[in-house]
Design a protein around this ligand. Structure first.
Ligand SMILES: Nc1ncnc2c1ncn2[C@@H]1O[C@H](COP(=O)(O)OP(=O)(O)O)[C@@H](O)[C@H]1O
Ligand SMILES: [Mg+2]
Length: 334
């Protein structure tokens, strides 16, 4: 069932460019140069209930701006946005009851209050019943080990504890939809893993629809059924990770460490290039690297001629990293 619908959504920011220096400040009152930044530029998508979506893109691509329009913090310049039948910026309070929001870069908790007091305040704001509140708090305490730090003021929490606290705060009222903007940013591996596991658990238990922006592709690999990729305000890919891997993930890399000063004639690969024109072989500092399509060439066909020709100390075989694949899509499109 469709829960979010976005059509031709746009957000322009008007930026006034000043000339540097005091003269620039005075001058800028009269004729500052007006620049229109298209932060989100004609974006359309629909999201079904229960999906977990990874919203990815380079810095400044428009991810946070999209999330802010979905959560009602920003009003679109044009286009339509509906979240569970509500237009978020028109009905902010009603929308707030249906959604949970976490901005990894800043907390929505009260800095000086002990964490538990922030939760109590939220319980009142969202009119959560005693029974529900108790049930959810003990559920999250188990997942996140909240007891360790729930009595401390928020400002004393570590970044990982603070992020967990923010996630709990966003979920106390059991929203249908959870928006997470960079929920694992700056966290250590263990805290990241804990957060991913918890999000999965919450999704299994409540079928919460989850939309998260992230720079960490492990978040995507472990959590998301679907990826939306945005670049310069435009969606450049919307689909599964499998599709990306099937199209771009067929590259394999074989790296040989050669004995110092050994000779290697790269024309041995000419025959293989007929099978895979994209094959690349290069040598640098006694390292021979061959990148090729594993659907077209077998690893053995690469290794055999090399071993026949030169002294090899070590061989390392790997798949192309997802990170490289994603970078290539930003650069060349899907
Ligand atoms: N309040 C604002 N005023 C002016 N420009 C903004 C504002 N918020 C974001 N931008 C610009 O809009 C673009 C998209 O920003 P953002 O959505 O934050 O990107 P992301 O979250 O993908 O890194 C960037 O170029 C950013 O500088
Ligand atoms: Mg952002």
């Amino acid at each position: 069932m469709e829960i979010i619908k976005v059509e031709h959504l746009k957000k322009d920011f008007i930026i006034y460019e000043k000339e540097p220096g005091l003269k620039g400040v005075i001058k800028s009152f009269y004729n500052a140069k007006k620049i229109i930044k298209k932060a989100v530029d004609d974006v359309s998508f629909t999201i079904n209930q229960g999906e977990i979506i990874g919203y990815i893109g380079p810095n400044g691509a428009g991810k946070s701006t999209t999330i802010k329009m979905l959560t009602g913090i920003l009003t679109p310049t044009s286009g339509e946005v509906k979240v569970d039948s509500v237009i978020p910026y028109q009905k902010r309070t009603l929308n707030a009851k249906k959604i949970g929001v976490v901005f990894g870069q800043r907390t929505q908790l009260w800095w000086d209050l002990p964490l538990i007091e922030s939760f109590t305040v939220l319980k009142e704001i969202y009119e959560i019943s005693d029974i529900d509140y108790k049930e959810r708090l003990s559920y999250f305490s188990n997942l996140f080990g909240l007891d360790e730090f729930i009595k401390q003021p928020v400002r004393q929490l570590s970044l990982g504890q603070r992020m967990k606290a923010d996630i709990v705060a966003s979920l106390l009222h059991n929203p249908k939809i959870l928006f997470l903007d960079e929920p694992t940013i700056g966290l250590d591996v263990i805290a990241k893993e804990n957060i991913r596991k918890t999000l999965k658990d919450i999704h299994d238990k409540y079928q919460t629809t989850i939309i998260l922006t992230t720079h960490d592709l492990a978040d995507i690999e472990e959590l998301c059924d679907r990826i939306m990729m945005i670049d310069q305000g435009k969606i450049i890919y919307d689909g599964s990770l499998e599709t990306i891997k099937a199209k771009f993930g067929s590259k394999k890399i074989v790296c040989f460490t050669l004995k110092a000063d050994s000779m290697m004639d790269l024309t041995v690969f000419d025959r293989l290039k007929k099978k895979d024109p994209d094959l690349i072989a290069s040598i640098e500092d006694s390292k021979l690297t061959v990148v090729f399509n594993k659907l077209k060439i077998k690893v053995g066909d690469i290794i055999t001629p090399v071993l026949a020709q030169t002294d090899v100390l070590d061989i390392d075989i790997s798949d192309d990293h997802l990170e490289n694949i994603i970078k290539a899509i930003y650069k060349n499109g899907f």
